[in-house]
Write a protein that binds this ligand. Structure first.
Ligand SMILES: NC(=O)c1ccc[n+]([C@@H]2O[C@H](COP(=O)([O-])OP(=O)(O)OC[C@H]3O[C@@H](n4cnc5c(N)ncnc54)[C@H](OP(=O)(O)O)[C@@H]3O)[C@@H](O)[C@H]2O)c1
Length: 255
């Protein structure tokens, strides 16, 4: 039931790709019973064919009307969840050089990264409450540690996740539920493969998942990694003028 002993029951969202897929594999290798969700099975097919301890439960986390059904489906398979890793997410960038910026994108990103995570908590909370030692985990991002150009939506959604989890940690203590907020740095996944800027200290998804899995054993409130990126972002936050001069797009003479 814990990350050190294995053999617990875990639900992972965003399990079809990137970090969630690597994390799902790590849990399976450690002997956990794993429920994996995403809109499609994506990269899970091989694992589903290999492990009878893995079950895929489709869930579009933005669709509130699926909450009851997903909870019911989980409940048919397991009386409780020891851990829920709410990892599903997306990233879109705001382009202020566009004469008509796509402000609707703010809605799209918030609805997956923030409200989708809230819907996921709604799904799993009753099952976590039935575990002897429950653990709720959400995935935010190191992007919230300092401002990045074009990351208005992504950064705001992940900052909202962090605050939401910190308040939830207060309110769930009475039920014995530990809450952890993970803040990964740059990880090589389909989400970042479209980035055109340089990504310092880029990690593989397996490396990120292994670090996350190990860190979760001690149930910290927050785990930000890699530390070298945390240090760089700390400097960015404390020297905002320098940070701005380094990262802000240069003046476009054609505008
Ligand atoms: N990669 C990084 O550098 C990085 C850094 C910090 C934080 N993160 C966070 O880590 C998490 C995983 O990201 P990743 O890099 O592994 O990205 P990814 O490879 O694009 O995976 C995203 C996962 O989320 C699922 N998903 C997206 N929209 C969904 C929806 N509406 N309903 C249900 N599932 C949905 C996707 O599955 P379907 O499309 O099949 O639904 C997929 O399984 C995200 O929360 C991301 O913000 C990533």
């Amino acid at each position: 039931m814990s990350h050190t002993t294995g053999n617990g029951v875990v639900w992972v969202t965003g399990a079809s790709s990137g970090i969630g897929l690597s994390l799902t594999k790590r849990y399976l290798d450690e002997g956990w019973r794993v429920f994996a969700s995403a809109r499609s099975q994506g990269g899970l097919s091989d694992l589903l064919a290999t492990y009878d301890t893995l079950t895929f439960i489709p869930f579009d986390i933005t669709d509130e009307s699926q909450v009851g059904l997903v909870r019911e489906t989980l409940s048919l398979h397991t009386p409780y969840l020891d851990c829920a890793v709410l990892n599903a997410g997306t990233c879109e960038y705001l382009d202020m050089t566009d004469t008509d910026p796509d402000w609707k994108m703010m809605d799209r990103v918030m609805s997956v990264n923030f409200f989708g995570l809230v819907n996921s908590v709604d799904v799993c909370l009753p099952l976590l409450k039935k575990s002897a030692r429950p653990h709720l985990v959400g995935v935010s991002s190191q992007a919230i540690q300092a401002a990045f150009p074009q990351a208005e939506a992504y950064g705001a959604s992940k900052a909202a996740v962090r605050y939401f989890l910190s308040a939830l940690r207060m309110d769930l203590k009475q039920f014995g539920i530990d809450v952890t907020c993970l803040l990964p740095g740059f990880v090589d996944t389909p989400l970042t493969q479209k980035n055109t800027f340089s990504m310092p200290f880029l990690m593989s998804a397996d490396d990120a998942a292994n670090r996350m899995y190990s860190a979760l054993a001690s149930r910290p409130f927050e785990y930000a990694f890699p530390k070298r990126l945390s240090a760089m972002l700390w400097a960015g936050r404390h020297f905002p003028t320098l940070w701005l001069s380094l990262l802000a797009p240069k003046k476009n003479s054609q505008q």
